[in-house]
Design a protein. Structure first.
Length: 146
């Protein structure tokens, strides 16, 4: 069974302490545990980086090895054409995930490059939304949706 890649971008390693009024107090380790629990038998590659290059390298890896990508690109959502170009090459379903509702925040957080290729977008559910994204991904994989 091919793994689901759960990829997290810059500053998300600070979850738990970072702007709790926006991102809550759940840590990335707790989010990872929730994703693995929700995935059941499905293998999960759960990663975080503050590096755009590394994030793109993991998307390339998922192109060859993965069944689906759940990605919280964080600030790269609004800046990286390179990340968009990488995701465009992925043949499986892509869930763009944001802990906060980016559309209810400052205008700089409104225009997502990733949304131009993502299968679907989940935003504003808090950290508790990650396991829901894993379950949603399983249905997208079963339906072979891109
Ligand atoms: C996380 C970030 O780091 C911000 O740059 C995004 C996103 C929102 C989140 O809600 O998970 O704007």
């Amino acid at each position: 069974m091919k793994p689901i890649y759960v990829l997290n971008g810059p500053n998300l390693n600070r979850l738990g302490k970072r702007e709790p009024e926006i991102y809550g107090t759940t840590t990335l380790a707790e989010i990872e545990a929730g994703c693995r629990d929700a995935a059941g038998d499905r293998p999960v590659e759960f990663r975080q980086t503050n590096s755009e290059e590394r994030l793109i390298d993991w998307v390339h890896e998922a192109i060859d090895e993965g069944a689906g990508i759940i990605i919280n690109p964080a600030a790269f959502t609004f800046t990286s054409l390179a990340l968009l170009d990488a995701l465009k090459m992925f043949k499986g379903p892509i869930i763009e995930f944001h802990i906060s509702n980016i559309h209810r925040r400052e205008p700089i957080y409104h225009r997502s490059y990733v949304s131009m290729t993502a299968t679907t977008v989940m935003a504003g559910l808090g950290a508790e939304g990650y396991p829901l994204a894993v379950r949603a991904m399983e249905t997208l994989i079963a339906r072979e949706v891109r």
